[in-house]
Design a protein around this ligand. Sequence first.
Ligand code: GDP
Length: 486
Amino acid sequence: VSDLSHEARIVASSMLDAAAEALNPTVRLGVTGLSRAGKTVFITALVHALTNGARMPLFRAYADGRLIGARLSPQPDDSVPRFDIETHLKALLEDRKWPQSTRRISELRLIVDFGSETFLGRRRGTSHLTLDIVDYPGEWLLDLGLMGKTYSQWSAETVAMSRRGARQEFARDWHKHLKTLDAAAPESEAEARASADLFTAYLRSSREARHALSALPPGRFLMPGDLEGSPMLTFAPLDVAADAEPKPGTLHAMMARRYDAYVDGVVRPFFRDHFARLDRQIVLVDVLAALDAGPDAVSDLETALVDVLAAFRHGRNSWLTALFRPRVDKILFAATKADHLHHTSHDRLEAILGRLVQRARETAQFGGAEVDVLAISAVRATREATAKRGKQELPVIAGTPEPGERSGDKTFTGEEEIGVFPGDLPADPNVALAPGGYRGRAETGEGDVGIIRFRPPKLEGPWGKTRLPHIRMDRVLQFLLGDKLA
Ligand code: GDP
């Protein structure tokens, strides 16, 4: 009898939990993307829109007048740094500077007050959505694939990839050193260190040359966070077969030990403590930079998208998440910085990312979560205007170049507004993505915006009261939170 009543109590309390959850929902939203994709700007703008208001006609709770407001609240995880919203807002609104980019994981809790949709013609009163925003480098996400690989497998793959195409050139110094290493030689701290340094330099230069689009694990080699300088990062691949077994006491064994320590000590805890707890995810992608950089960068981006989706598939199927309810149920891929295009190209940008994501879904055999794609600008730094070129009236975008930006022999001071021809994206995404189909705006001379960076927009009024202009942030919020604010 006591067992039964115990079970009954569990059932009753979980029903109560479910009812409370429906009225006062909780969402853990992951925000990720490779370095410079726009995570910090996105979170800052999102928090500002919810706490201060913004024009958001396609965000239903806002359009219905049910969005009451939002406030910051102490975050639940004491061991995670807080997203520094105050400093970022001050930079953006007061100083008209882009905030300092993401270098590690951080978190922020927001309570969103809203009026529930009417039930049988009656309002049910005020509800509260607890929104935990988790900002983490996309580089760390790409690490999750290491959990299923041995050191030898990872080495063989990484070395093979570094011998392909343009990467070969970036890997030259590391390859030279790699040739001198004998995996079966006795372990050596000096060799491990030299090798790790050269390998990191290779990762960094291939990454920089591709405009921050390609990322190879280990993610902490590029985004160390609090592991900067840690011995945990002192290893590198060796030229060994994927099924090679390291012999005790060898350099191979030493590297393998450190790799395992990285996977167990860094990757798994990140998965368990952060990734596996997310409910929803937005992945920010600088698609424009990839297009402008050319077909190599686009193909790198495609590989990265496959890896991202594989990480989510992995997350859903692992024993860890199987113990709990299925987690991430919505993933949004957003092409950032759409304000670098005329609005006629926003849909084209969206279609290009849509095609990339569709292909990645097929490759990664990803199903499960609902996936959508948007072209956005979290903070719109430009406005649209027209300018004369010869006899033609052409659409331009106008903005204030950052101090020190240059065009021809002119160096901008950060004060003057200029108009630039943004160039058009191809209407057919297949053309944009086919090798040689689209050479990027800077190269074709179609537009001159690819190279110029604009300052955040000038806002009227005291900065606490302002609204930030944006592109499609209302659709972002509707996709990610709309159902929770019903
Ligand atoms: P993170 O490394 O992913 O955190 O990237 P950030 O959010 O720091 O963004 C990197 C840079 O991209 C910023 O410093 C801006 O120059 C630019 N950026 C990001 N979002 C936008 C946007 O919505 N519009 C424009 N024009 N630039 C943006």
